[in-house]
Design a protein around this ligand. Structure first.
Ligand SMILES: *[C@@H]1O[C@H](CO)[C@@H](O)[C@H](O)[C@H]1NC(C)=O
Ligand SMILES: *[C@@H]1O[C@H](CO)[C@@H](O)[C@H](O)[C@H]1NC(C)=O
Length: 366
């Protein structure tokens, strides 16, 4: 049966029009890179032990089911996505549901267990290391070019907000993973930090080359104060001095790299998020934030619930809002909310050179 030309034309217009309309009405895209602090479920699709897809993970998530997020409920990308007006958080890149116009919302490339260095997290076997996350970002861009054309695809990427959270595992799951680790025999801590930072700078440059124009870069939290480190390395439940020293070396050097890159580019592309200070606030004074404790994890076993994994057999606290730490390493949704609030309205001590409220205002004008 022959279809009249006018009908064909109408069909084409009808097929193209919705994308145009939706695009202009939509919030900016959001891309996420990094480790378990921001992984929203990529590892569910991989043969790895670094996963959060069984209960009680997700116990406070809207569906009350595990999703692969390392949280009792929402994680940091979810909360940022909500506040920039997205209708849903960017899906894990490996999710089969990430197709069609959902791609225009962005994507989450993060993978639990990874670090800046390729040799970080090797014990987790099959995880998406940083170079692979960046390769997937390129593949993603090819896919949206096919969907909306090159010019608009470029605008989706350049207009997007980007978040990268990586580095903690280069200490916890590499240098300090075992006594006399290969890296710790090879390099003294200050030299190792310098090396990690120089490799991180390469990753950030690639991210910028691939089109990232607003990139939130989080430092590492107070690594030594996570319940796992208090249990394994702290004395009398104090924070682990070595890991605190690592974070204290790492964070200022990362800040310096971000300033250097911004100077080279001539624009404030990279925004430093002082997660160490944000965490320190509630680690040192949990009561002021409504927490009963910042030392004991809600889910786990052993001292501070800091040993082993959070599983159905673990201790589970009844009220997650009273705990700064959900499991031995990861903040609770409540703690994530405090961190994201600081990202949006923190002073220059927390957000350098400016907070997200200011960024959104600036970007709305251009
Ligand atoms: C890490 O791996 C990527 C790709 O697999 C490679 O291009 C890069 O040079 C590696 N980095 C180091 C320091 O070996
Ligand atoms: C950060 O955000 C708030 C809005 O919540 C704003 O009032 C504040 O001045 C901003 N900047 C700094 C440097 O504090």
């Amino acid at each position: 049966m022959a279809v009249p030309a006018t009908v064909t034309m109408l069909l084409i217009v009808a097929a193209v029009l919705p994308i145009v309309v939706i695009r202009t009405a939509e919030a900016r895209a959001f891309f996420v890179f990094g480790d378990s602090l921001v992984d929203s479920g990529n590892n569910n699709y991989l043969a790895t032990t670094a996963r959060a897809d069984s209960p009680p993970y997700g116990v406070d998530y809207p569906t009350r089911r595990p999703t692969g997020r390392f949280s009792n409920g929402l994680n940091i990308p979810d909360l940022i996505s909500e506040r920039i007006g997205q209708s849903e958080p960017p899906l894990p890149y490996l999710s089969p549901e990430l197709t069609g116009r959902r791609l225009l919302n962005g994507a989450n490339f993060a993978s639990a267990g990874i670090g800046v260095l390729n040799d970080t997290g090797i014990q987790f076997i099959n995880i998406i290391r940083m170079y692979q996350q960046l390769a997937y970002f390129q593949a993603y861009q090819r896919r949206i070019r096919g969907l909306i054309g090159a010019a608009r695809a470029k605008r989706v990427v350049s207009g997007a907000l980007v978040l990268i959270t990586v580095g903690g595992n280069d200490f916890v799951n590499n240098y300090y993973l075992v006594p006399y680790s290969a890296r710790s025999r090879q390099l003294a801590l200050p030299d190792y930090v310098k090396y990690v930072i120089s490799e991180y700078k390469k990753l950030l440059k690639i991210l910028y080359k691939l089109g990232g124009k607003r990139v939130l870069v989080t430092g590492t939290g107070p690594l030594g104060c996570a319940p796992a480190e208090r249990a394994m390395r702290g004395t009398n439940g104090g924070c682990s001095a070595e890991l605190q020293r690592a974070a204290a070396l790492f964070n200022p050097q990362l800040d310096e790299v971000l300033s250097e890159l911004n100077r080279e580019i001539g624009r404030d592309v990279f925004v430093g998020v002082n997660t160490a200070q944000m965490h320190n606030d509630f680690v040192t004074n949990p009561g002021a934030f409504g927490f009963a404790t910042s030392k004991v994890a809600c889910c786990g076993q052993g001292p501070y619930n800091g040993l082993g994994l959070c599983t159905p057999a673990s201790n589970l606290c009844p009220n997650r809002n009273l705990y700064a730490f959900w499991d031995a390493f990861h903040p609770s949704e409540k703690a994530n909310r405090i961190i994201v609030e600081q990202m949006f309205s923190g002073t220059a001590e927390y957000m350098k050179p400016m907070n997200l409220t200011t960024i959104l205002q600036l970007d709305a004008r251009t």
